[in-house]
Design a protein around this ligand. Structure first.
Ligand SMILES: NC(=O)c1ccc[n+]([C@@H]2O[C@H](COP(=O)([O-])OP(=O)(O)OC[C@H]3O[C@@H](n4cnc5c(N)ncnc54)[C@H](OP(=O)(O)O)[C@@H]3O)[C@@H](O)[C@H]2O)c1
Length: 339
């Protein structure tokens, strides 16, 4: 507590001075923007049903350790919009003075509000959704605005022109796409380049168990100078040791069950995770650390976008950066487990 004019007031958050000492920053494609090797996503644990103090501690812990990038979307919650509101409240209280040290992203593309204008990829949806997001977060602009998924029924020219417009309005500094296939990405980057707003980044799902991006997308991104940020690097928690001895009450599979169900985690899967856990131990890492390091061994991956329900998890995951080297032998061992 400090005293100002005789009134006791709680000291506002001061970020650790050492915050830039350990984190590495990678260039996002051929842009001027550097992103931390580990970024934090707010998909889970920032809804109105979650603990506010825990959410606040997660953001502070991340920033104190050099994580300068927080990733959101219009419909993260629950309910939809809640993660942006929670972030906005924490931003106002703790991070306002650090705005220029932060890269904040949000997205639109999935269902957000009822009726024909709250989903997919129309200009109408993207522009109004970002206006709502900025209000919820109390921001003048986001650093990156994404189209969250391809929309086969809206002309891609319309969606990309909306992204270009948003940058010209000053409501986003850069734009990105998520979940676009290699072919769709190629088309989108060509349209955006022609409009004068290059595509900064692609956000695909990528982890040891889900490698679809290796089938063309990473090559397109490299050729076009677009960065890559891998989401669900821990396969929502499966690529950790947490389910090896059963289903913890506070785990995503038990507590939430919307996107990760206990029925998905069967004996066959656990047998694979057990073997991966042994390989991680032989490297002196936790499985979460090895899963993150495995992604960062590829320089085309700009950043690994983790989630965390506790600060201890985040601190564990950050230690991945201590060892990003893989021998050919270990890579083959991992592939053999996951075959
Ligand atoms: N573009 C898209 O379509 C899209 C889709 C999904 C996600 N995303 C983005 O990607 C971000 C990350 O996704 P995700 O949350 O699925 O990522 P993830 O890193 O694969 O999973 C995070 C979960 O794993 C567990 N965990 C994390 N670190 C751990 C550790 N060190 N040890 C043990 N368990 C650990 C926690 O689960 P428990 O809750 O069980 O503790 C945590 O909530 C999202 O927040 C979002 O920003 C984007």
């Amino acid at each position: 507590m400090s005293k100002l004019f005789g009134v006791s007031r709680k000291k506002s958050y001061q970020a650790k001075e050492t915050r830039y000492e350990k984190m590495n920053y990678r260039r996002c494609g051929k842009s001027g923007l550097l992103l931390p090797e580990i970024s934090l996503g707010l998909w889970h644990n920032f809804g109105f049903t979650d603990d506010f103090k825990n959410a606040q501690n997660l953001l502070k812990c991340a920033f104190d350790n050099g994580i300068t990038h927080f990733d959101l979307a219009n419909n993260y919650g629950p309910p939809y919009g809640a993660a942006e509101s929670t972030f906005g409240a924490i931003f106002k209280k703790d991070f306002k003075s650090y705005r220029d040290e932060l890269i904040i992203s949000t997205k639109a593309g999935w269902d957000m509000w009822p009726g024909p204008y709250g989903n997919f990829g129309s200009r109408k949806y993207l522009i109004s959704s970002l206006d709502q997001s900025l209000q919820r977060m109390g921001l003048d602009y986001v650093d990156i605005f994404y189209h969250h998924r391809p929309d086969p029924e809206t002309p891609m020219e319309e969606t990309m022109a909306a992204l270009d417009h948003i940058v010209r309005q000053g409501k986003a500094l850069y734009v990105g796409i998520s979940q676009y296939s290699a072919e769709e990405t190629l088309k989108a980057t060509k349209i955006l380049t022609a409009l004068g707003t290059p595509c900064l980044i692609h956000q695909p799902k990528y982890n040891m168990m889900d490698r679809w991006v290796e089938n063309g997308l990473l090559d397109v991104l490299e050729n076009k100078g677009v960065g890559a940020i891998a989401f669900s690097p821990l396969q929502q928690g499966i690529l950790t040791d947490k389910y090896l001895a059963g289903f913890p009450e506070d785990s995503r599979a038990v507590k939430d069950g919307r996107y990760l169900k206990t029925s998905q985690i069967d004996n066959e899967l656990i047998s694979k995770v057990t073997q991966l856990n042994e390989i991680a131990k032989s490297r002196g890492q936790s499985l979460a650390q090895m899963a993150i390091a495995w992604l960062l061994k590829d320089q085309r991956v700009t950043s690994v976008l983790v989630g965390a329900s506790k600060t201890e998890q985040l601190l564990d995951s950050l230690k991945a950066l201590d060892n990003l080297e893989f021998s050919e032998e270990i890579l083959v061992k991992i592939d053999n487990v996951l075959k």
